[in-house]
Design a protein around this ligand. Structure first.
Ligand code: FES
Length: 125
């Protein structure tokens, strides 16, 4: 029964719509990790969560800036490109950090301009 002058709650089908935080939550930002691994970025040491992609590790160091960066996270933009090696005497490789798993002792020797900008407060460049 509808009473004139009264506002009815919005009903979709037979159920009332209600805010459900579980439905809008994107899930945890980082893959589960139990320890931090030591890496080097442009010659400076950092500790980042193991078992995560390198770009996510950059986000660990600079959460706001990387979240607002122009990253596609799916291999399209190439704004996350880095050059890295795995320690003294190992070959340097180019990779996209959104698909590169971080490893203990990884040394990032070059970063794309977008990453450089996002890490500007963490790594004084
Ligand atoms: S974030 Fe776009 S290719 Fe990695």
């Amino acid at each position: 029964m509808v009473l004139p002058g009264r506002i009815r709650p919005f009903i979709f089908g037979r159920r009332r719509l209600a805010y459900n935080p579980a439905m809008s939550s994107p899930g945890p930002l980082f893959r589960p990790y139990s320890r931090l691994v030591k890496i080097e970025i442009l010659g400076k040491p950092y500790e980042v969560p193991e078992g995560n992609m390198l770009l996510r590790c950059f986000q660990y160091l600079s959460p706001e800036e990387v979240a607002l960066g122009r990253f596609c996270w799916n291999e399209d933009c190439q704004y996350c490109r880095v050059v890295y090696d795995l320690g003294e005497g190992t070959p340097q490789r180019s990779a996209i950090s959104c698909k590169l798993m971080v490893q203990e002792g990884m040394r990032v020797v070059e970063v794309a301009e977008e990453i450089r900008y996002c890490l500007r407060r963490v790594v004084s460049i």
